[in-house]
Design a protein around this ligand. Structure first.
Ligand code: MN
Length: 344
């Protein structure tokens, strides 16, 4: 509210968009910046970067995430203690709301969605994201599906406005880019992603620490969890899948976030066309999916179950119980077996 609804798609002019963003931000003295539940590196890095750039003596910037834990792989990032859970926010008195890396309001969790809807009636909502499924729910929608990470978009916006990027801010932003691209290895990685990464390295980003934490060094509990989860892996037609149960987490002494890399590991299964990791929760299953074939669109498949995401990486939720799980596996296996390329 307060400004005419504006949306930018890809091919947007970053100079123009950046001016609009900084103009809206300049009128704020109490900003709330949110990202999604079960946060990943891009979600956490986005809100931390935003706070660094926009917090000042005359402007408080609160940052919060939906339900979930901050992955241990991100513990090298500065200011993690400033991140709150949306459900724990003490006040909702803000004059600007910013959502980062969220395709829709629901990604912030149930409480978050209510807060977004309530605040959205009174104050301006800024929506910055790179998911192609973004619903453009904000007043100011900065959506660039060509970007490999929200942190890639933020870097371009900051650069366009001549923000001074010091080594800590550069490390934060590069961590988001590295996280979403799995170390610049996903198909979403473009020349621009490498340009942005190079800019951040020149600004002093600590790539060595990022790579060590995100991709190499893991707690023993994670190694134990992976052992159990991979032991149970199976093929359902062309779908490779496995699950994480509360019993496995307990036996390994691990938390749910320690399973995050497993679905990407499964995506390396020769002969499979899609991969799925199912997290068993008290109220149902949370599913993370990856496409291993150009003609398999997992965002579309997740959409069948009320979820969404990218064509190569997507997620959804299922009802509780083994029946719901098996029905999901059957439907997905059938669909990907029917994709055009499998007829070859
Ligand atoms: Mn992202």
């Amino acid at each position: 509210m307060g400004i005419e609804k504006i949306s930018w798609g890809n091919l947007m002019n970053y100079l123009e968009v950046s001016q609009a963003l900084f103009e809206v931000a300049s009128r704020s003295s109490r900003m709330l910046v949110l990202s999604h539940a079960n946060p990943d590196a891009d979600a956490i890095a986005s809100i931390l970067a935003f706070q660094r750039v926009f917090a000042s003596d005359s402007r408080t910037v609160d940052v919060a995430i939906g339900p979930g834990t901050i992955p241990a792989t991100l513990e090298f990032l500065p200011d993690l203690d400033r991140i709150q859970l949306i459900g724990d926010l003490e006040t909702h008195e803000y004059d600007l709301l910013v959502l980062l890396d969220c395709a829709d309001e629901g990604r912030t969790g149930e409480v978050g969605e209510q807060i977004v809807i309530e605040l959205g009636k009174r104050i301006t909502v800024v929506n910055i994201d790179h998911h192609v499924t973004n619903r453009e729910f904000g007043d100011l929608n900065i959506i660039d599906p060509e970007a490999a990470a929200t942190c890639e978009i933020l870097t371009l916006l900051f650069e366009a406005n001549n923000v001074e990027i010091d080594s800590e801010l550069a490390t934060i932003l590069l961590a988001g880019v590295q996280g979403d691209t799995l170390g610049l290895r996903t198909p979403s990685t473009t020349g621009r992603t490498l340009d942005v990464s190079a800019d951040l390295l020149y600004a002093g980003a600590d790539l060595h620490t990022i790579v060590d934490y995100l991709f190499r060094v893991r707690p023993f509990s994670t190694i134990k969890l992976w052992g159990q989860v991979l032991y149970r892996v199976s093929m359902h037609g062309p779908l490779v899948w496995t699950e994480i149960t509360p019993e496995m987490l307990e036996a390994a002494g691990a938390d749910e976030s320690e399973g995050e890399g497993i679905v990407n590991f499964l995506a390396g299964t020769a002969g499979a066309r899609a991969a799925a990791l199912l997290y068993q929760k008290p109220d149902g299953w949370r599913v993370s999916m990856r496409s291993l074939a150009d003609d398999v669109d997992v965002a579309e498949l997740a959409g069948l179950f009320g979820g969404g995401g990218h064509s190569r990486a997507a997620g959804c939720s299922l009802e509780a119980g083994i029946d719901a799980r098996n029905r999901f596996l059957d439907i997905v296996a059938d669909r990907i077996a029917l994709s055009p390329a499998s007829a070859d």
